[in-house]
Design a binder for this molecule. Structure first.
Ligand SMILES: Nc1ncnc2c1ncn2[C@@H]1O[C@H](COP(=O)(O)OP(=O)(O)OP(=O)(O)O)[C@@H](O)[C@H]1O
Ligand SMILES: [Mg+2]
Length: 251
């Protein structure tokens, strides 16, 4: 970790405690990720459609990994409509958060933009300024160079992405990652759409390392429901190339 110390620190003021079952599901995902071997560092969390739970899974996986004292960074690559800073109330100690799109568009260093958080060994680069056409920011070499640089400093780089159906950004990001976790919303996303996403990942040469069945209904209440208006479970299926997925696994 020598050679890279973010200049800014930040507090994450709204990180609700998850119901036990969800915390456990994320924990299983974390453990399975760590079995993937040292080559797998850059992991994109992706889904076919909007609103399937990508950002949630990325954030919770990153948090648990960081709390387990594994140096991890979360990159917010949802450059069009990220809500990360508001939702989790991320507060930089001094000055304003510059954010991912600003970082990519300007001649500025990682040290100036990455935030060292109060969560274990977790750093984060959220997005602040949402842009209309971020594809150009991804096409430039800065993003690619950044991933190479970050690999030197972090055990895991978790990348929150826009959905695959929207634009080609997801595929582009995937082509630069070591693996993808596909989030599928329980009972909502059809098999053909999921199949199509898997093909897109293959095209991008990005191995699928796991599938999360998210937002499966498990009950009606709980603390998390009050914060986010719904109580859902996450299920995690498989790891490495040995994956499978289930539908309507509502328990
Ligand atoms: N396991 C869960 N339990 C309860 N709510 C959840 C869960 N996962 C996601 N949600 C809620 O579902 C909504 C969508 O989740 P999230 O923002 O993570 O999806 P997304 O795939 O990142 O969406 P987008 O495509 O807009 O980026 C949010 O309101 C989130 O709080
Ligand atoms: Mg999101």
């Amino acid at each position: 970790m020598e050679g890279f110390i973010p200049k800014n620190t930040a507090k994450i003021n709204n990180m609700p405690t998850l119901p036990y079952a969800i915390e456990e599901a994320v924990n299983r995902l974390r453990v399975n990720i760590s079995f993937l071997g040292s080559e797998v560092k850059k992991i994109m969390v992706i889904s076919s459609m909007p609103d399937e739970g990508k950002s949630f899974v990325t954030m919770q996986l990153w948090r648990q990994m960081a709390e387990a004292n594994v140096r991890s960074i979360l990159l917010d690559m949802d450059l069009r409509k990220s809500v990360t800073v508001d939702k989790y109330q991320i507060e930089q100690e001094k000055g304003k958060i510059l954010g991912m799109s600003y970082y990519l568009a300007n001649d500025i260093s990682l040290e100036d933009c990455v935030l060292r958080t109060d969560i274990g060994k977790g750093d984060i680069l959220p997005n602040v300024d949402n842009v209309v056409n971020p594809s150009m920011l991804l096409e430039g070499h800065k993003f690619e160079r950044t991933l190479k640089e970050l690999e030197e400093y972090y055990r895991y780089i978790f990348i929150d992405s826009p959905p695959l159906n929207l634009v080609s950004d997801g595929e582009k990001i995937g082509s630069l990652c070591d693996g993808a976790i596909l989030v599928v919303r329980a009972g909502e996303t059809s098999k053909s759409i999921v199949r199509n996403s898997i093909r897109q990942l293959e095209r991008a040469n990005c191995p699928l390392v796991g599938i999360v069945l998210s937002r499966a209904k498990t009950g009606t209440g709980g603390y998390y429901a009050k914060k986010y208006g719904g109580y859902y479970g996450n299920k995690y299926y498989g790891s490495k190339s040995n994956y499978y997925y289930g539908y309507g696994a509502q328990k």
